[in-house]
Design a protein around this ligand. Structure first.
Ligand SMILES: *[C@@H]1O[C@H](CO)[C@@H](O)[C@H](O)[C@H]1NC(C)=O
Ligand SMILES: *[C@@H]1O[C@H](CO)[C@@H](O)[C@H](O)[C@H]1NC(C)=O
Ligand SMILES: *[C@@H]1O[C@H](CO)[C@@H](O)[C@H](O)[C@H]1NC(C)=O
Ligand SMILES: *[C@@H]1O[C@H](CO)[C@@H](O)[C@H](O)[C@H]1NC(C)=O
Length: 382
């Protein structure tokens, strides 16, 4: 009965053998046809749906799936410098992110260490044309960061080295903790780029005293960081110490130094990550204790005295007296003036005496710009 039924249905030769062989040939042939048909329908449908998606602008119909063009994680992506200095991190978030430090000392890629020039300003940078000239031709060896008051809107042209180099800034009050906050904010932003190795703090009134090659060599070959730090007896030094800072700071550890420092990457991390000294200085060093002259020099003297040169790279003239150093204008810009700064001193560099003590100088008024530009090659070699 079975064979008959099959025979009737298939309409083929009624012997069992032939039924079997016929069945096994016919079935795949039908299946194949059906599958080719399905494939055809599938192709047509997918072409239609792709066209429709394009014309409707739909890219990702299934929620939560990744777009297929996303790059896999790569070292290049993790280490590339941020293109945009703007970010939405507040200080706690930024400092935490900046304090992430690799534990393997050797870099698995070619790293050209850069000097980061950090400009702490109120608003405009009137001496920027001189700096532009200084930086010219040294791309890849430096980076620039500017912290100005939040209300200030810079308008550098797109060809300027200062264009887009502003970090999110906050209010700063002279001689108060907000000044150190701004400096730490600068350091933290600079740390986000792994290629930044040396960090120089400058103001809008600073100028370079040598060409870039000399500055780069001096800083990169120094075994010490140029943080001014000295123990000064009298009312403006030890007189500003408050014994409430014990036990973190005792009076023999109390240091004073110029705000305009240079540190390497490791010390920059130490400053950004500090939670031990910060509250003491915040609470017990208020005017007439000017915290920006004491916090970093004292803290680093306690933590890493052997890494400090104990002097600043920035020349400043306090000889006229008062709370602020001398400001130099158009009429001060003479060969003799810079000869005095550049040659008439000695200091220690890598344990050897040298006459090159300063790489930068302040304070210069905007009126000095023209004369500085005119004589920069004669005075400074750029
Ligand atoms: C930053 O934001 C986090 C999360 O909103 C908050 O917990 C923290 O206190 C903020 N820090 C500062 C300094 O505002
Ligand atoms: C910036 O703005 C000032 C006026 O607000 C203008 O005099 C100056 O030319 C502008 N600079 C640039 C580079 O656009
Ligand atoms: C800087 O001063 C500290 C003590 O405050 C000292 O240990 C260190 O050797 C000094 N650095 C240099 C380069 O002399
Ligand atoms: C930089 O200045 C030094 C000394 O003044 C000079 O020998 C050197 O050629 C200058 N370098 C450049 C690139 O101008």
């Amino acid at each position: 009965m079975q064979s008959r039924l099959v025979t009737m249905e298939e309409g083929k030769d009624p012997t069992n053998n032939s039924i079997r062989t016929n069945q096994s040939r016919v079935l795949p042939l039908r299946l194949l046809r059906f599958m080719v048909f399905l494939l055809g329908v599938g192709i047509v449908l997918s072409i239609i749906s792709v066209r429709m998606n394009r014309s409707l602008g739909i890219r990702n119909i299934v929620p939560g799936t990744q777009p297929c063009f996303q790059e896999p994680m790569s070292l290049q992506n993790l280490i590339k410098p941020p293109l945009n200095y703007q970010h939405t991190m507040n200080d706690s978030e930024l400092f935490w992110r900046a304090s992430i430090v690799p534990q393997i000392k050797e870099y698995p890629f070619k790293r050209l260490p850069k000097i980061a020039f950090m400009f702490l300003t109120r608003g405009p940078l009137p001496l920027s044309p001189l700096w532009e000239k200084f930086f010219e031709g040294n791309e890849g060896l430096y980076s620039i960061y500017v912290h100005s008051l939040p209300s200030y809107r810079p308008n550098f042209s797109t060809s300027s080295v200062f264009y887009g180099r502003q970090i999110p800034g906050q209010m700063v009050e002279w001689g108060r903790m907000s000044m150190c906050d701004a400096e730490r904010r600068l350091l933290a932003n600079v740390l986000l780029d792994i290629s930044n190795e040396w960090f120089v703090l400058l103001s809008e009134a600073c100028i370079p005293l040598h060409n870039f090659s000399i500055v780069y060599r001096y800083i990169s070959r120094s075994r010490f960081s140029f943080m001014g730090a000295f123990d000064e007896p009298g009312p403006y030094g030890r007189g500003r110490y408050n014994s409430n800072m014990l036990p973190e700071v005792d009076i023999t550890q109390w240091r004073k130094g110029s705000q305009w420092f240079e540190t390497n990457r490791n010390l920059a991390v130490d400053i950004v990550k500090d939670t031990k000294f910060y509250p003491k200085f915040e609470q017990f060093c208020r005017p007439a204790c000017y915290v920006d002259e004491h916090y970093f020099p004292t803290m680093l003297t306690i933590q890493s005295p052997n890494l400090l040169a104990n002097r600043s790279l920035t020349y400043v003239d306090w000889s006229r007296g008062g709370a602020h150093p001398a400001t130099f204008g158009k009429n001060d810009i003479t060969k003799n003036f810079f000869k005095k700064i550049l040659e008439d001193q000695t200091c220690i560099y890598n344990n050897q005496p040298t006459s090159v003590c300063f790489l930068f100088a302040r304070k210069f008024a905007p009126s000095a710009l023209e004369a500085l530009l005119q004589h920069s090659s004669e005075f400074f070699g750029f």
